[in-house]
Design a protein around this ligand. Structure first.
Ligand SMILES: Cc1ncc(COP(=O)(O)O)c(C=O)c1O
Length: 351
């Protein structure tokens, strides 16, 4: 490690108050956080300090112009207590891709990786070992520089917080194919993990929940004829024995789970196709019985199977399969992530 990091530890850990057998997702936080300020045109030395609120000027640009981006990743502990990360430099690269789009200065990969590893070592007792649980890691950056003028800030903060977490979703979800709203548009910021993208999802999602669904399937903003993402996850559909996912674009996040699943599926004899999926094709496949599975893929849930979908006032159920691809692929990927199987791809990073 070459980055010098100042470490200020908590006086008393709060870990004994946490029930590791009943962890929620993302709402219990570990003792420490990593922070690093950007000012005077450069990133300063990172610090590890007790998890605590920030103090910000009301004129900080984050509140007015939404310069805010984040990442989501997980850390695991294997049977020998080794700490593992999954493709972490991809998260750093994606954060910097988001940063470029929001005119936030990129965080040097060294600060990201050294800071992350140091934080995980300091809070290593917070990494759950129970099956399905993990330490959810949330790196983020936002504008702390101030001014009521719509232009990029001159100061930013990079932070990494962690949250010991249980499984993200329980059970299968029912989704609604969106026909009116869009989460992203051509030329927009859909491919970035910008906070505002998620704010834009809340209202249509709330309407879908009021209609009895759990999530929205996003379609393209122009025609609403093509399936693009499932909530805050990439989408896969299985027609007969072929697994299909939409190509990434301006509007779709280049998911690390998505690209890992594509690779693992291909290497395990599952035919894959990366191509546009029309809503009509999905509906026709559901009617004819060739639609076998639909699932969302993302770091939080890994794979979230879809039980059925609604479209234009009609509901379609998916079959209950004995050996779905969703379960097979979830096992293959989580076994790599948690060091229970070989990692032929070199995706695992030991801390
Ligand atoms: C909109 C969106 N799509 C897809 C994903 C999946 O990406 P990843 O697999 O890198 O977590 C995420 C984030 O988790 C997301 O926010």
């Amino acid at each position: 490690m070459t980055t010098s990091i100042d470490i200020k530890r908590v006086e008393k850990s709060k870990i004994s108050s946490v029930d590791f057998d009943n962890l929620p997702f993302g709402s219990v936080y570990s003792d420490h956080m990593l922070t690093c300020d950007y000012k005077n045109g450069k990133w300063q030395s990172p610090k590890i300090e007790p998890f605590a609120p920030f103090s910000l000027d009301p004129s900080a640009k984050i509140f007015h112009y939404g310069q805010s981006i984040f990442e989501g990743m997980k850390a695991y502990k294997d049977a020998e207590e080794n700490i593992l990360l999954f493709r972490p430099t991809d998260n750093c690269k994606r954060l910097n891709k988001s940063a470029e789009r929001l005119v936030i200065p990129p965080i040097p990969e060294e600060i990201f990786m050294d800071g992350l590893k140091a934080l995980l070592e300091v809070d290593s007792d917070w990494i759950p070992k129970n099956e399905g649980s993990s330490l959810y890691v949330r790196p983020f950056m936002f504008a702390t520089g101030n001014g009521f003028h719509a232009s990029p800030a001159d100061a930013y903060k990079f932070v990494i917080c962690t949250a010991p977490s249980g499984a993200y979703f329980g059970g299968k979800v029912k989704v609604l194919i969106e026909e009116r709203y869009a989460r992203a548009a051509n030329g927009g910021v859909g491919y970035a993990k910008a906070g505002g993208n998620y704010a834009a999802q809340f209202y249509p999602t709330q309407l879908a929940i009021e209609k009895g669904y759990n999530q929205v399937i996003w379609t393209d903003d122009n025609t609403h004829q093509f399936i693009e993402e499932a909530g805050a996850m990439n989408i896969f559909i299985r027609i007969n024995d072929t697994l299909i996912t939409s190509p990434t674009s301006d509007r779709i996040l280049d998911g690390i789970t998505r690209k890992s699943i594509l690779q693992i599926a291909e290497d395990n004899g599952i035919a894959t196709e990366v191509r546009k999926i029309s809503v009509g094709e999905d509906v026709e496949a559901a009617k004819s019985g060739s639609l076998k599975e639909m699932f969302g893929a993302g770091t939080a849930a890994v794979i979230s199977p879809i039980a059925g979908f609604g479209y234009q006032e009609n509901d379609f159920d998916l079959p209950e399969l004995e050996n779905p691809y969703a379960a097979k692929l979830k096992k293959l990927i989580t076994d790599i992530q948690t060091n229970k199987s070989e990692d032929p791809y070199g995706w695992r990073v030991f801390v």
